[in-house]
Design a protein around this ligand. Structure first.
Ligand SMILES: C[S@@+](CC[C@H](N)C(=O)[O-])C[C@H]1O[C@@H](n2cnc3c(N)ncnc32)[C@H](O)[C@@H]1O
Length: 288
């Protein structure tokens, strides 16, 4: 597999995922006790949106650039503050961050000295970029182990608090089933953990099958979020560009559904093309 996240960094689907990642981390750090963040598919950590690779596929222009130029107000601004702070300085005219933080860099920015960050990345060059991007940090453990395999060893974390992000590239046809299996094993080993699963939504029947399979596992407290940004023009690295993405959040902070109800319509309006988008915010399985 030759997936490189730089071609998609900061696009609408990254903004959607990273906004909710930062909301969950912001909630978890309210309590002083340590936590662990486990990223099974970490990527390169940070992305230079002015690099040759990103220039070939400037998807960020319809993602993070729209957000940075929008200057949100009120409740939405408050909810976005941890994400915007972690993004840091940016070119105001273009809405281009000096570098775009992937999930590992967002966790590094938000978490505290007592927390731990475990990152899996199997692609050697991406892992080297990740190590270089995050620098020396005693909270970090970066491994080249398959994230699904490593997850079995990491759970339950000794802190008994934290978040697992499962965010694979979905290039392999069996990926969705591997995600289902990983969640099911994870919930057996750590039923009270919080899990954030990202997925592209391309085929309605496959999406319905995925949701049925997850719900049938019988665990309560799963929040389903979806964003649809409408039709997107093809690009060199996205011949069939994504227009829908989903997040499944298992054991979300109790505050998250209300936050999602405020954020989802705003994000959808911001990221939609030609006014044809929509969003979903509902329980896949209700809290127990
Ligand atoms: C979608 S990107 C990750 C993006 C990152 N989580 C973020 O939000 O910034 C997926 C990454 O998973 C890596 N990968 C693919 N299969 C893997 C596996 N089985 N275990 C760990 N990493 C894997 C790919 O090389 C790629 O860099």
């Amino acid at each position: 597999m030759n997936y490189r996240h730089v071609f998609h960094a900061g696009n609408f689907a990254d903004v959607f995922k990273h906004v909710f990642l930062t909301r969950i981390l912001a909630y978890l750090i309210r309590k002083e006790t340590p936590l662990r963040f486990i990223d099974t598919h970490a990527g390169a950590g940070r992305y230079d949106l002015d690099s040759e690779a990103a220039r070939r596929s400037p998807e960020w222009r319809d993602g993070v650039a729209r957000l940075l130029k929008a200057r949100p107000q009120g409740e939405v601004a408050q909810l976005l503050a941890p994400y915007l702070e972690a993004i840091g300085p940016y070119d105001e005219e273009q809405g281009r961050p000096l570098s775009y933080p992937g999930s590992p860099a967002l966790a590094q920015a938000l978490l505290r000295p007592q927390d731990r960050i475990a990152l899996c990345e199997t692609h050697d060059e991406e892992r080297q970029r990740l190590v270089a991007a995050l620098g020396r940090d005693p909270r970090l453990s970066i491994v080249g182990t398959d994230g699904y395999v490593a997850l079995g060893a990491y759970l339950p974390p000794k802190e008994r608090r934290g978040l697992v992000l499962i965010d694979p590239p979905y290039e392999a046809p069996e990926e969705a089933r591997r995600v289902e299996a990983a969640l099911s094993r994870g919930l057996t080993k750590w039923p009270r953990g919080t899990y954030l699963l990202w997925r592209p939504i391309k085929h309605e029947p496959e999406e319905a099958r995925f949701l049925r399979a997850i719900a049938a596992a019988g665990a309560p407290n799963m929040l389903r979020l979806e964003i649809d940004v409408g039709a997107v023009a093809p690009g060199p690295h996205s011949p069939t560009p994504l227009r829908r993405a989903g997040l499944l959040i298992v054991n979300p902070p109790f505050t998250l559904i209300e936050e999602a109800r405020a954020l989802m319509p705003w994000l959808t309006r911001l990221l939609t093309r030609a006014g044809k988008g929509g969003s979903v915010c509902e329980w896949l399985t209700p809290p127990a």
